[in-house]
Design a protein around this ligand. Structure first.
Ligand code: ARG
Ligand code: ZN
Length: 847
């Protein structure tokens, strides 16, 4: 069953107030609801329908009178008075049997909830839609010995032996409801808001994890300060609680006043978390906190508007990370991720608009397109209107829509009203799917330098025709000495073809185009490697300087893959000069050492109209790393030594950047010394960043066995570190061994299918090992399909999400296509396949 944006109709009733009582029991929890409804006189639809799924109705009353409602698909209907009335219901649910991790479920003996998008209907009967907002009072009762801590949204009102009550004064949709109860310990702190309110902060964890909360707490306080300073947004309750949960489908959830986190996205200590983990935790804490305004105070009218809160909140968390750490490094990281996750989605069968027009299962739309491309769209808007107008538009948006459930139209209108600009064409970014291609041609005559730009978008599912979009193309011009003769400015490309001229250039300038990756497009520029080498050495825009190196690496790899050409010496020379340049941030130099991933290369080759060969791509990628190791042999030991960090561990950007450069050097050194340096590093590592990098290098050198065993013995009892142990082995498996390595790990006593993190650490990583996953035997395809079939009845959300491993299948040769098709059809024909998985497989097969 497909749901359409165009079919939106408001609910016919206003929910004045919600009272909930939970009598918690692992297998038979009772939920009592008392809800005050008033007919909404501004609407015509007076059908009274409440969502409800997997609920055992014990009793239902209207104004105190027992009624028997009629069950309909997905909920119930009842005859109700045409004036205000009170609905009361008692239902029974079974949290322990809830392995889908949606609604109220149990994780390691603790109760927790996940309601976004449509999980509240598994808790009680309710109009479970984001445009129905209400204030909630909650009472929780539980066995005091096993469940001493009981949390819900808002402010704690009272607690005693076996009960707690909570009140949330801010009207909210049901998807922001949360409840947590169990044996938990708090890491506490305080924050005073700009206007002087004292807020009690707490991160709640299972006993044993209390030493892993300090970093998350610092990140929370930094986020609170930042949102006050940059967006003028203050926190609005007396307490703010965060809970770490081991079994969680996603990263985290912004429930009002009670954020719930996948433990991997909040718990960290130097011994157990890598620098990458620390940075991610800081960003996710910020993201969920920022939702308090962009998502909670102003929410979405319907789920088609998901990007309204997600795109904006991702954009805000990226600004925060750029401010806390390095702006260029953050931008480069984000573009790498966009190309790795969003581009393949947008260029394959799952392509959808940032605001889709239809869906079957909303959980399948928490995608890179809605989140990351959604954030890019906000970035473009900011570039087009300028920083000051952006700030003004945001102020208006907050002022005008506080307490409302909004649409993209409301958002755009705030910009139109503050800037006077017509944004009709810009809005195409929300409705048109696919990655536009921008082609640049240069012309120079006399003193005039001209950039001829054109744009084109390939058809995507359901959208054969594309219209020109508004694309901000940031450019700069350099002279041949590498001096900037035209500082960065944004050209506004809004037609199929357009030319921009620059006067007064007595010598031909060198253009640096799409600076800072100013739009999520594919840039096609007919320039040679000499020009790229010049930009690599001189571009004043750090993103484009990195991009020039990336283009050189890609060109070198394509030459090797498609023509057997040797690797490009100019690239290696240019890179070497940069690596030794100590005026450059080590984190930036580490990014420079990277190269396009194998799946990115497969995508590029496919776009060139050729068929990618995963084995050849793997060989060439490894050969380029070998070539780097040889070309830099004389300086690598020095680079490694100079970037060792002295003193106590700090997860900040400075020392983390040095470790990333040293570890990048270690990976190359290992190709020369067979693992001697890596085994020393492993022996002396006192933090997870160094330990894991050393272990990876040893596995790559074929000498990982004893270190892997030692690592296991050391970390066996730490679930998050064990996830790393699983994923590392699959990530570093040789192409022909990948499926076997993964299969063997699924037989390991510590493999748990029901824990999404553990499942992904084997199966998700298998799909990311490009040459292994696409090995011609088809063994990895079959193994993944086996496990998706096993997981679907247990956890449809995680299963459906992982089906996207197959989304690129049409890129590959006929043999691989038929192997993948066979597996997709095998999944599709399972009986009782979930709506989640059946939608995903259906869309992928429809290609
Ligand atoms: N709103 C959450 C976040 O972005 C993600 C929730 C995802 N839930 C889901 N059912 N897919 O922080
Ligand atoms: Zn979010």
């Amino acid at each position: 069953q497909t749901i359409y944006l165009k079919d939106y109709t408001p609910f016919g009733y206003i929910v004045e107030h919600v009272d909930l009582t939970f009598k918690l029991h692992p297998t038979a929890t009772r939920v009592l609801s008392k809800i005050r409804f008033t007919p909404d006189t501004s609407t015509s639809d007076k059908m009274f329908f409440l969502h409800g799924e997997q609920l055992k109705l014990i009793s239902a009353k209207i104004d105190g009178q027992e009624i028997s409602p009629s069950y309909v698909e997905g909920g119930l209907q009842a005859d109700v008075p045409d004036t205000a009335f009170t609905w009361e219901a008692e239902v029974e649910i079974n949290p322990e049997a809830n392995t889908a991790l949606e609604g109220l479920y149990m994780s390691n003996g603790m109760y927790c909830t996940q309601c976004e998008a449509e999980g509240f209907r598994k808790i009680t009967f309710y109009p479970d839609r984001p445009d129905v907002m209400s204030v909630f009072d909650v009472r929780i009762e539980a066995d005091a010995d096993n469940t001493p801590v009981m949390l819900s949204n808002g402010n704690g009102v009272s607690k005693g032996e076996g009960f707690a009550t909570w009140s949330d004064p801010w009207p909210k949709p049901a998807y922001l409801f949360a409840l947590v109860a169990g044996n938990l310990i708090a890491h506490t702190d305080q924050f005073t808001t700009k206007s002087g309110t004292e807020v009690d902060l707490a991160i709640w964890v299972r006993p044993g994890d209390e030493g892993k909360c300090a970093f998350g707490m610092e990140a929370l306080k930094k986020s609170m300060t930042w949102d006050e300073e940059v967006y003028g947004r203050e926190y609005d309750l007396d307490e703010f609680n965060i809970v770490a949960v081991d079994d969680f489908n996603m990263g985290a959830m912004e429930n009002k006043g009670l954020n719930i986190f996948n433990s991997s996205c909040v718990l960290a200590s130097p011994e157990t978390a890598t620098d990458g983990n620390f940075e991610r935790i800081e960003a996710i804490i910020a993201h969920e906190y920022f939702h308090n305004w962009t998502g909670n105070r102003i929410t979405c009218r319907d789920w088609f508007q998901l990007c309204l809160k997600e795109g904006l909140t991702v954009f805000r968390d990226a600004q925060f990370t750029a401010d806390m750490r390095s702006e260029p490094v953050k931008r480069i990281d984000d573009v790498i991720a966009l190309r790795a996750r969003q581009f393949p989605e947008d260029q394959g069968p799952l392509s959808h608009a940032v605001r889709p027009e239809s869906f079957q299962e909303i959980n399948n739309f928490y995608t890179a397109t809605i989140y990351e491309k959604g954030a890019e769209v906000i970035g473009m808007l900011k570039t087009l209107v300028g920083d000051a107008a952006y700030a003004k538009a945001l102020d208006l948006y907050f002022e005008r829509h506080d307490g409302q459930a909004c649409t993209i139209e409301d958002w755009i209108k705030a910009f139109e009203d503050t800037t006077g600009r017509d944004l009709t064409q810009f809005k195409l970014w929300y409705s048109q799917s696919g990655t536009p291609e921008v082609t640049v041609r240069e012309e120079y005559n006399g003193e005039t330098f001209t950039l001829h730009l054109s744009q084109k978008s390939a058809p995507t599912p359901g959208q054969d025709e594309k219209h020109p979009q508004v694309i901000p193309v940031a450019i700069g011009l350099l002279n041949t000495d590498g001096e900037e003769v035209q500082p960065t400015m944004a050209l506004e490309l809004n037609k199929a073809e357009q030319s921009f001229s620059f006067e007064g250039h007595t010598t031909r300038p060198i253009a640096s185009v799409l600076r800072g990756f100013s739009a999520p497009v594919i840039l096609k520029q007919d320039i040679d490697n000499t020009r790229r080498a010049f930009l690599l050495a001189h571009d004043t825009d750090p993103f484009n300087r990195w991009e020039a190196g990336r283009d050189l690496a890609r060109d070198s790899l394509l030459g090797a893959i498609l023509e057997g050409a040797p690797h490009n010496a100019a690239y290696l020379d240019g890179l070497k000069a940069l690596l030794c340049d100590e005026t450059l941030d080590p984190a930036y130099r580490a990014l420079m050492l990277g190269q396009p991933s194998q799946s990115e290369l497969a995508g590029v080759i496919h776009k060139m109209g050729q068929i990618p060969d995963p084995a050849a791509i793997h060989t060439a990628s490894e050969a380029l790393r070998d070539a780097k190791a040889r070309a830099f042999a004389d300086m690598l030991p020095d680079l490694y030594a100079k970037n060792q960090v002295e003193g106590p561990f700090s997860p900040e950007a400075g020392p983390a950047g040095k470790r990333s450069l040293a570890n990048a050097a270690l990976a190359l050194v290992t190709r020369l010394d067979g693992g001697a340096t890596a085994s020393q590093q492993y022996a002396h590592a006192d933090n997870m960043t160094l330990q894991l990098a050393a272990l990876s290098a040893l596995i790559d050198a074929g000498k990982g066995a004893s270190a892997l065993q030692a690592f296991y013995d050391q970390w066996q009892s730490d679930r998050l570190v064990m996830d790393k142990w699983f994923s590392l082995q699959v990530m570093h498996a040789k192409p022909a061994d990948s499926a076997t390595v993964a299969r063997t790990l699924t037989q390991h006593a510590d493999f748990e299918m029901k824990n999404p993190n553990r499942f992904r650490s084997v199966m998700g990583i298998l799909a990311m090992n490009h040459a292994g996953f696409h090995h011609q035997s088809g063994a990895a395809y079959a193994l993944l399909a086996d496990w998706l079939i096993k997981l679907d009845p247990v956890n449809p959300q995680t299963t459906a999400r992982m089906c996207s491993a197959f989304q690129t299948w049409k890129r590959y040769d006929a043999h691989r296509q038929s192997l993948i098709k066979e597996q997709l059809e095998r999944i599709a024909t399972q009986s009782n396949l979930s709506r989640d998985t059946s939608e995903m497989v259906g869309r992928i097969l429809d290609a």
